[in-house]
Design a protein around this ligand. Structure first.
Ligand SMILES: Cc1cc2nc3c(=O)[nH]c(=O)nc-3n(C[C@H](O)[C@H](O)[C@H](O)COP(=O)(O)OP(=O)(O)OC[C@H]3O[C@@H](n4cnc5c(N)ncnc54)[C@H](O)[C@@H]3O)c2cc1C
Length: 379
């Protein structure tokens, strides 16, 4: 707690211990800021989600003191090929200092949790559901359910990182606007001892098929839903890959593909007084491009600096943070909408034009720029 205001319980209360809330908590705790993080789950989040960690995200993990542990477990992706109709349209290689790391979100999450426990034991309070956050002018009041009991916490600032289905966003009066880019996909992580270190992106007439090597001899396949494809079973999933790419990966009949809808939304009001929306609660970024968690981390880094300065000066103006966070989210969403369009089902002239665009992006004059684009340069 800052000496200036002894009535507050904490400097900052964070709602949600996903990867973004956890990273922010680590950054704040490292700066000596008194932070508490309320998480409604008591156990682990077992959903299979992010795998890609881009250079700006890794820089934030380094800042939080967890980068070395992530590097030790992650696979370093050396680059990848974009293909269509049996031809390689573009081949990108990531420079050593801009390698994309691949690590399942559950592991990244566990390492962040461990780091927070080292930095601020007891800061993570599990089994606590936040029901309301009220800005009282000079501080925030947070209503929390702990089992059947109701508690109140006060803090100088509240950061709401409660995910894409944020229950608190609407209660703050924040908007949630749809942005371009929406489609259905299915994915499956399967054993593949020869997975290598390169990604394959098939932008086929029948729709996108992506495959990424994972650590531990695994591979993730992602297939875009399209008319005529049944992606709900292992056999249908495998048949779609075979039909579109000619590859026939060993996907056992016991594998259950996970369906998901990639969509994009944004709030134009990530900051309201002393309350901030962060991570997926502030911006839904299509998983095609793998940028949502990374962008949440980058904005967590910006927010940690802004909160430190606001707490030091005893003021509540986070306007510069809000503008920078919004700009970055809009840029990431535009890039992801472009990636999704490159993998939509297509035929005839539009397909030929799309292939020409991808070829141009992979050609010598544009290759470095395209590599920067996919590795989140400038965000
Ligand atoms: C299939 C898929 C693949 C993806 N791949 C990538 C990728 O490769 N790279 C990438 O950068 N991103 C990727 N993403 C996106 C990434 O998973 C999200 O951006 C990331 O999980 C967002 O983190 P978060 O901390 O903001 O929210 P979440 O991870 O959703 O965490 C929110 C937390 O808040 C808690 N909570 C909710 N309500 C309350 C409450 N009232 N009180 C207390 N706690 C609460 C929840 O229990 C949860 O723990 C992918 C997403 C999907 C679906």
């Amino acid at each position: 707690m800052t000496a200036a205001d002894p009535v507050r319980d904490h400097d900052v209360v964070i709602v949600g211990a996903g990867p973004v809330g956890l990273l922010l908590a680590c950054l704040l705790a490292q700066q000596g800021i008194d932070v508490v993080i309320c998480e409604r789950r008591s156990g682990d989040d077992l959903r299979s989600r992010a795998i890609g960690i881009h250079p700006p995200g890794l820089a934030m993990l380094d800042r939080a003191g967890v980068g070395a542990a992530v590097r030790a477990e992650a696979l370093a992706l050396s680059g990848g090929e974009v293909l269509s109709r049996g031809r390689v349209l573009a081949s990108l290689s990531f420079p050593a200092d801009r390698a994309v790391r691949v690590l399942p979100q559950q592991r990244t999450h566990a390492l962040l949790r461990q780091r927070l426990d080292e930095l601020a034991p007891g800061a993570l309070q599990a089994g606590r559901t936040v029901r309301a956050v009220r800005d009282e002018g000079g501080f925030v009041r947070v209503r929390v359910d702990v089992g059947n009991r109701r508690r109140e916490i006060t803090a100088a600032f509240a950061v709401i990182a409660d995910g894409v289905h944020s229950g608190l966003r609407a209660t703050l009066g924040s908007d949630w606007r749809r942005r371009p880019g929406r489609a259905g996909y299915a994915m499956a992580d399967v054993p593949d001892p020869s997975a290598g270190t390169r990604a394959l992106l098939h932008c086929e007439p029948g729709g996108l098929v992506e495959s990424f090597p994972l650590p531990g001899g695994m591979r993730r396949w992602v297939v875009r839903a399209a008319a005529g494809s049944d992606l709900s079973s292992a056999d249908g999933f495998r048949a779609a890959i075979r039909g579109r790419t000619g590859d026939d990966p060993a996907i056992g009949s016991g594998v259950v593909p996970v369906a998901f809808v990639a969509a994009q939304h944004l709030t134009r009001m990530p900051v309201r007084g002393r309350t901030v929306l962060l991570g997926d609660a502030a911006h839904e970024i299509s998983p095609i491009g793998g940028q949502g968690m990374n962008l949440g981390w980058v904005n967590a880094g910006r927010l940690a600096a802004a909160l430190r300065s606001a707490l030091g000066q005893g003021e509540a103006d986070l306007g510069d943070y809000a503008r920078a966070a919004l700009r970055a989210a809009r840029t990431a969403q535009s890039r992801c909408a472009f990636y999704m369009a490159m993998g939509a089902p297509s035929r005839g002239l539009p397909l030929t034009a799309r292939e020409a665009v991808i070829r141009a992006l992979g050609s010598a004059p544009f290759r470095e720029w395209a590599t920067g684009l996919v590795t989140m340069r400038g965000l």
